[in-house]
Design a protein around this ligand. Structure first.
Ligand code: ADP
Length: 203
């Protein structure tokens, strides 16, 4: 497939933010299914780069192992590439921007401002509990790294959420409830985007 060179002006971007373990990866596939968005997970794009064993990959691996945020330009370029290669023009971007520098780099390089920011608000004890439960071989899901990741989240990502809040762009969701209850709130936030209509071929 030939890559598009430009990202269209009609492109809609929603940033999905919240602490590690707040449910971003759980809710995003549901948004894709119901509202026809393409899900771009910054973490997955970085992981794919690590697995490709490129020079970039080794550097990314070292940043992640330390619980640090990967340099903005690397992540933004990966996101931009994924958007250019997609046929869709609606994207939910999960786990990005992680800090102010990420945010500025995205706006400067991709030149798109988010439609809104979906913020999964969840207390620290619940985040820790969920991450330890999830521990499924991710290099960063262990008790030593969790502390660092939470610190990075509170120090670096919360200011991004506050920035967008000051612009009236944050849709805050209480993420401590069950997966289905959380999704009910997510659905009302996305209500202005038409739900995907499915034709049931079995009828
Ligand atoms: P994130 O992508 O924000 O790091 P995940 O979606 O991977 O978070 O969720 C972290 C862990 O918590 C997973 O094991 C997931 O199954 C679980 N989880 C997600 N949402 C909920 C919820 N509403 N209630 C309880 N557990 C949840």
């Amino acid at each position: 497939m030939e890559a598009k060179l430009l990202i269209q002006e009609t492109t809609v971007v929603v940033f999905v933010l919240g602490g590690p373990g707040s449910g971003k990866g759980t809710q995003c596939p549901k948004i894709v299914e119901h509202f026809g968005f393409t899900h771009l997970c910054a973490g997955d794009l970085l992981q794919a780069e690590i697995e490709s064993e490129s020079e970039n990959g080794t550097m990314i691996h070292n940043f992640k192992k330390e619980g640090k945020i990967v340099p903005s330009e690397i992540t933004v370029k990966l996101l931009q590439q994924a958007m250019q290669q997609s046929d869709n023009n609606r994207f939910i971007i999960d786990g990005f921007p992680r800090n102010e520098e990420n945010r500025a780099a995205f706006e400067n390089i991709v030149k798109i401002k988010p439609e809104f920011v979906l913020f999964f608000d969840c207390p620290e004890e619940e985040l820790t509990r969920r991450i330890l439960n999830r521990n499924q071989g991710r290099v960063d899901d262990n008790i030593e790294t969790i502390g660092k990741r939470l610190k990075v989240y509170f120090e670096s990502t919360l200011p991004v959420i506050n920035y967008y809040n000051s612009k009236g762009k944050v849709q805050k969701i209480d993420a401590q409830r069950s997966v289905n209850e959380v999704f009910e709130d997510v659905k009302s936030v996305f209500a202005k985007f038409k739900p995907v209509v499915r034709v049931d071929s079995t009828k």
